[in-house]
Write a protein that binds this ligand. Structure first.
Ligand code: UDP
Length: 474
């Protein structure tokens, strides 16, 4: 549609943020929540997805068992990720990052150029908010003289680890391509979770070339972030005081999903790559409060056959009801026809975790899942397998003490008796894990309430964006 000159002028003055997530589910969802909060404050959003993810999102909305809402303040735009000819590589994080880096900067640049020319040279974008792992997006924005913010969808501790790379090299803990020289547990600062050198975020990749590339990318990202006006983090000051103390530039604004909790419930699925199975909410309604074990391992959901079997048996011998998300499609080996175990492909996880029937979360400890369990006062049983999940598990088990980890056997599999033992322990009535989980929940609620740190930081950012658009009006 052609806009009149007058309309163009009005549009130029309206605050407008371009949001660019890393193209994975655990990044798109929190940035979508963030965008929806901004949109609610009157800011226009252009949200960039890869074509592949964009199609999945639109497809999920249309298959959703109830209406979703995008709203006219959020415009979903898509660009190719360069993996059209080798789609299987999208499931390999190292490969995806490499392709994104090769392909997307030019596409984003072209998009911004187009947006600017369509608006008669006006400063149409007040700020670009890019995923912290996409340093190139920050640099593209800088080329156009657009203000910039980086958004970290992981714990501040994960960012502090990235910022500490040079010190880790100097201390002889890793070499120049990130490979650990010694195996030991370290603390970057007292009060921060312990990190094992052989489980550093970049080390967990099996492919050495990919490890080197990701490691170099992290160093490059550290540089790009230096030029941003803001470094926002989907975390909570009180949960990570020590990490925020080490890197005061990182501003907590989370949990972002909780910050916008006043928005319509029906919008919570926007950004999901798979349609949500909402029948499981009715199933939960029929269960005793605090009785259900929720099992979900995030969007990658990698689990071997032996692991799946032991876990299924471990869950069965607890004799408790189980809601199990199995996003990778393999049916877990469970008793057929039982109403005690429900398996779904993709759940409305935020709503599930806030349901009174949930008593425990068996989780891979992705950061979003960690926050979503914590904000609902749910104790955890942790089975991390990848990337920052080990840091998050250390927060849950050792710092906040709201969950227990599972010791793997010599095959690297979770033993069935260990599964039952840990679940029984965290679900004990009036137990310490539940009590501490409730305290953590209260801390999180305070942080997003008026005068809380996250609330204040988020609204400072909103006001700053509005000011930028005022400044570019004239
Ligand atoms: N999620 C969901 N339904 C599911 C499983 C996961 O909506 O059945 C959402 C979950 O609420 C979270 C995100 O997917 O917001 C997963 O992010 P996380 O950081 O926990 O894990 P990742 O997928 O990045 O490993």
């Amino acid at each position: 549609m052609q806009l009149s000159n007058k309309k163009n002028k009005q549009k130029m003055g309206r605050p407008h943020v371009m949001v660019i997530p890393y193209p994975a589910q655990g990044h798109v969802l929190p940035l979508m929540s963030f965008s929806r909060y901004l949109a609610q404050q009157g800011i226009q959003i252009t949200f960039i997805n890869t074509e592949f993810n964009h199609n999945r999102i639109i497809n999920s909305i249309s298959k959703s068992s109830h209406d979703d809402y995008v709203g006219d303040r959020i415009k979903l735009v898509s660009i190719p990720d360069g993996l059209e000819d080798s789609p299987e590589e999208r499931n390999i994080p190292g490969k995806l990052s490499e392709s994104v880096l090769r392909f997307m900067p030019t596409k984003v640049e072209e998009l911004i150029e187009r947006m600017i020319s369509e608006n008669n040279g006006g400063a149409v974008i007040s700020c670009v908010v890019a995923d912290q792992s996409l340093g190139w997006a920050i640099e593209v924005a800088a080329k156009f003289g657009i203000r910039r913010a980086a958004f970290c969808p992981a714990a501040a501790a994960s960012m502090v680890l990235g910022f500490s790379i040079q010190k880790l090299v100097d201390d002889g803990l890793i070499d120049y391509d990130g490979t650990p020289k010694v195996r030991k547990a370290i603390k970057l600062s007292p009060g921060m979770p312990e990190m094992e050198t052989d489980k550093f975020v970049w080390v967990c990749l099996k492919n050495k070339d990919s490890q080197r590339n990701i490691f170099q990318l992290m160093l490059q990202n550290n540089k790009s972030i230096e030029s941003t006006d803001w470094l926002l983090c989907n975390s909570v000051y009180e949960l990570e005081t020590a990490a925020f103390g080490v890197a005061p530039k990182i501003l907590p604004i989370g949990p972002i999903g909780l910050a916008h909790h006043s928005l319509q419930q029906e919008s919570t699925s926007l950004g999901s790559f798979l349609p949500q199975d909402r029948d499981c909410l009715d199933w939960l309604d029929r269960k005793i409060p605090g009785s259900v074990i929720y099992v979900a391992f995030g969007s990658f959901g990698i689990m071997g056959k032996a692991q799946l079997e032991e876990l299924a048996i471990g869950l069965a011998i607890t004799k408790r009801p189980v809601l199990w998300v199995n996003s990778c499609g393999d049916q877990p080996p469970i008793e057929a026809g039982s109403d005690r175990i429900k398996v779904v492909r993709w759940a409305p996880q935020r709503e599930v975790l806030s349901h009174r029937a949930i008593g425990c979360f068996v989780s891979h400890c992705g950061w979003n899942s960690t926050l979503e369990g914590a904000q609902n006062g749910i104790p955890f049983v942790c089975i991390p397998y990848f990337a920052d999940q080990f840091i998050n598990k250390a927060y849950i088990c050792d710092v906040w003490k709201i969950g227990l980890g599972i010791e793997l056997d010599e095959r690297g599999v979770v033993p069935r008796l260990e599964v039952k033992k840990k679940i029984d322990e965290v679900m004990r009535a009036n137990g310490d894990y539940k009590k501490r989980a409730i305290m953590v929940k209260q801390t999180l609620m305070k942080s997003v309430a008026k005068d809380g740190f996250s609330y204040e930081n988020l609204n400072k950012f909103v006001n700053w964006v509005k000011l930028q658009s005022e400044l570019t009006k004239f």
